[in-house]
Write a protein that binds this ligand. Structure first.
Ligand code: HEC
Length: 185
């Protein structure tokens, strides 16, 4: 009797174990699917259109460069670049970019400037498909405040705030140029 009860107990335990295991596997599969979608969508090598959310309330960016970006504060969220991508504006944007941003972000915008090797988190690679989907307000917030505000400050971001050295007009010019790196994505 007691060995039967023991056996039954073992079977119940084994079933529980199996169930738990299956549950964990399902969770793992879900997490994996989510991850590979984000990874594929944001991978610089991918030519697939970006489908994930470009912004999220909770995210592990900048530790994970493929994660959605944090939502900008309300006073930035609705801003639109007042300038258009004329060749004159893009040329001015390029001048500002090469002088101020290229040391970290690289002249081609791939995040591979001479200072990049020493930085963690790495400077953003502007050529990924998520960069074509980020709203103007996000760009303006980031260029204005840089890594000086949460959640970027906690991650040790070296992105400088430009509000003291570039006028709003200059920030919008450089943003036009930054967006041109991902324009075809
Ligand atoms: C000292 C190095 C450094 C310089 C100079 C620099 N950046 Fe950055 N930038 C970073 C780093 C590191 C990150 C990634 C961490 C973060 O998002 O804060 C970043 C992130 C950004 C982002 C957010 C991109 C994203 O994928 O979410 C924008 C936009 C940006 N930089 C624009 C600029 C512009 C425009 C300039 C020049 C006016 C510039 N940066 C100059 C280091 C730099």
């Amino acid at each position: 009797m007691s060995s039967r009860a023991h056996l039954a107990g073992a079977i119940v335990l084994a079933c529980l174990g199996l169930t738990a295991c299956t549950g964990r596997q399902i969770l793992a599969m879900r997490a994996h699917t989510g991850q590979s979608q984000t990874g594929a969508a944001s991978s610089p090598a991918s030519s697939a259109p970006f489908t994930g959310p470009a912004l999220a309330a909770t995210t592990d960016y900048p530790r994970n460069a493929n994660a959605p970006r944090p939502e900008p504060p309300a006073d930035y969220a609705k801003l639109k670049d007042p300038l258009t991508a004329t060749s004159a504006n893009l040329a001015s944007g390029k001048q500002l970019f090469d002088a101020n941003c290229a040391p970290c972000h690289g002249t081609g915008g791939a995040g591979d400037g001479p200072a990049a090797a020493a930085l963690n988190p790495k400077p953003a690679d502007f050529k990924t498909p998520i960069h074509a989907k980020l709203p103007d307000g996000y760009y303006f917030w980031r260029v204005t405040k840089g890594g000086s505000v949460p959640p970027f400050s906690a991650a040790g971001s070296a992105m400088p705030p430009w509000e003291g050295s570039l006028t709003p007009q200059q920030r919008w010019l450089v943003i036009l140029y930054v967006k041109s790196f991902s324009a075809s994505k």
